[in-house]
Design a protein around this ligand. Sequence first.
Ligand code: ADP
Length: 260
Amino acid sequence: RDLALRATRLPGYPSPGVLVVLHDISELRRLESLRHQFVANVSHELKTPLASIKAYAETLRNGAIRDEENNLIFVNRIEEQAERLHQLIVDMLHIARVEAGEEAFDITQVAVQNVVDASVRMSAQSAKQKNIRLLVEPPPERVVVVADENGLRTVLDNLLSNAVKYTPEDGKVTVRWSVEDQQCILEVQDTGIGIAPEHQKRIFERFYRVDEARSRDLGGTGLGLSIVKHLCLSFNGSVELQSVWGEGTTFRVSLPVAAD
Ligand code: ADP
């Protein structure tokens, strides 16, 4: 254990009155190291798209601008990388607000079906492009949870877009929900690449990706799942996963059901 010893002379006490205070600083050290790591990760994440933007702009200036066949490709790449930077900043600000408890949630009664439908509509196009079947399996009864509607939508958008991103062509993504012990269990299941056990423990950490290059190529920031986790916790819920490498993954969100 890291203990900081501080000896203070007590004012007004006759010498040698001394107050000894023992501080446990191991927790402080841990937080400090997490902060350093976060700043290092953020710098790295920001540097990569910026370096690409610089390189493409330089290539254009050094002559590619006159190459009519390719100059638009470079301009498009610059736009893509700028969009990446934008997404990264939006995600980082979001997670910082949620973690600091500063995100203003509007906790109300939310019908799960409505949020699922809206989220499925958003992912429908990318699923279609890969010929992935996107199935919704609602329970017979209407399920209402206590959460912030936008927050729940963000949770589903992230899980669904990941499911589509990490599932090869002709696969299947299923969204289903049910009620167990006053909890709504909402599952997003895919027939994708799966996550090996050694990665499953770390998958909710900020910036953690199984395959950095693949995630980048797919437009990922590595922040989606940590946002999902923080949102679920903020709504007194939880999120966990089951996955078999090479076969598929199921994310399971649990949220309190609204009292009748
Ligand atoms: P990213 O923006 O990289 O998708 P996330 O935080 O959403 O970041 O996910 C972290 C990592 O978890 C991803 O890079 C990917 O390696 C893995 N992952 C997330 N969802 C799935 C999934 N449904 N199937 C396989 N791997 C996944």
